[in-house]
Design a protein around this ligand. Structure first.
Ligand code: FA5
Length: 397
């Protein structure tokens, strides 16, 4: 009898499961020549195709269920130990007689490619398995070829879990909203900045340590990744003149080694108000209002003298701890106060550099670290958590 027919006769009449078939050798299944071997592997393929089609038809209520289904399909067919593919390798290929070994080898390799596509694209696309296998082969042979695959629009959809806003973006938006309500506008500037805007125009002389190679990421001697958002002050003065009320959120870069409070890339928001008759009292009042809006009406602000080359006088602002009300706790490191930001009255020379007459106008500015604000507000002990993309962390927001 023809071997393919012999194979069919031996296997189909006595309804053997696919597991039972791969537990036998090809000889035991009656596959004694090329056609018999091809029939045996064709049946294996049909079984795989059938299971996959069934799973697609059933659909999944969410990604979790879909992932579980994909995993069980993968385990059943591809597990190294006891998977149907490895059983076929063990019983069909390895123990094939010399005469049928070459065809069994070819068929096995073809089936292996085929089986690797069982959960191809996690069953999102209802591509017939043969087509998926061909496509996978094409992609692996020539990665530049990416062909659109027709989608079966009649398939049940997957419920995707709603995403959430990254804590840094959430913090940034909260801060932006407060200032937008006060009439400030949002202004952005380039992250790749010139030494002029990042340093010179802000009164930061050549000798200042922040210009050092060890502190700044230079692209060339005149171009760098901006170390703060203050250059946008100058750009805004040039663009709008006075009066101007802006906040400038954005990324900054410094050569800081990563630790729990430092990141080489971090986020700042700068505030700038320039108008006639602007005084330090306006600065204090605005920042006190801002702190109360952000941390609660009970908090108090504290201003201490500081130094920045682009403001005169300059200050550091702290807020009484919104957790312990200034008594001392883990969040404020027992000090009762949380350092918030640097600020000051815009140095007259900086106004001049921005094309504004300091005889007519005055202004204040502040700069804060959004990441550090988010750490305080959401009680996060390590800044690195923001940038690691760990879903267990991000899902909490
Ligand atoms: C400045 O960058 C000034 N441009 C701020 C300013 C603007 C003062 C306008 C006066 C007027 P400073 O270097 O202190 O200042 O940085 C401001 C904030 O950025 C810090 O308080 C901190 O919250 C944050 N920051 C600085 N370096 C890092 C870093 N490596 N990782 C995370 N946050 C940082």
């Amino acid at each position: 009898m023809h071997s393919a027919a012999a194979f069919r006769e031996r296997t189909s009449g006595i309804s053997m499961t696919i597991e039972e078939k791969v537990a036998k050798t090809l000889a035991e299944l009656g596959a004694a020549d090329a056609q018999g071997v091809e029939s045996a592997f064709a049946e294996l393929r049909r079984a795989a195709e059938h299971e996959r089609a069934e799973l697609i038809a059933r659909g999944a209520s969410d990604e979790g269920e879909r992932d579980r289904v994909c995993k069980s399909l993968r385990d059943r067919w591809l597990a190294r130990k006891g998977g149907l593919l490895s059983l076929a390798d063990e019983h069909w290929l390895k123990s094939a007689s010399k005469g049928i070994k070459p065809v069994a080898g070819r068929q096995f390799n073809e089936f292996r490619r085929f089986a690797a596509c069982l959960e191809f694209e996690n069953l999102i696309e209802a591509v017939p398995l043969q087509q998926a296998a061909e496509r996978q082969m094409e992609l692996s042979l020539s990665p530049e070829i990416v062909r659109p695959t027709p989608r079966d629009l009649t398939l049940p959809g997957f419920c995707r879990p709603a995403g959430s806003i990254h804590p840094i973006s959430r913090m940034r938006r909260e801060i932006e909203d407060i200032f937008l309500n006060l009439g400030f506008r949002i202004e952005t500037g380039p992250e790749i900045e010139t030494t002029y805007y990042n340093f010179d125009a802000l009164n930061i002389p050549e000798s200042h340590p922040s210009r050092d190679d060890w502190d700044t990421l230079y692209i060339d001697s005149k171009t760098l990744l901006r170390t703060h958002t203050s250059p946008v002050q100058i750009r805004a003065m040039e663009k709008y003149g006075a009066p101007v009320y802006i906040i400038t959120p954005g990324k900054c870069y410094r050569r800081d080694n990563p630790d729990s409070t430092h990141s080489p890339m971090f986020h700042q928001i700068e505030g700038l108000a320039i108008d006639t008759d602007i005084t330090f009292a306006d600065l204090k009042g605005t920042l006190d209002f801002f702190a109360k809006k952000l941390f609660g009406e009970k908090v108090r602000t504290r201003f201490q003298p500081s130094f920045f080359p682009f403001t005169e006088p300059s200050g550091e602002v702290a807020v009484s701890c919104f957790v312990c009300d200034g008594k001392g706790c883990r969040v404020c490191k027992e000090s009762g106060w949380i350092e918030l930001m640097g600020c000051g009255m815009v140095n007259p020379q900086v106004l001049r550099n921005g094309g504004i007459d300091p005889g007519k106008y005055s202004g204040w500015a502040f700069g804060l670290g959004v990441d550090r604000f988010a750490m305080v507000k959401y009680d996060i002990s390590d800044i690195q958590l923001f940038f690691q993309g760990d879903m267990r962390f991000l899902e909490q927001f």
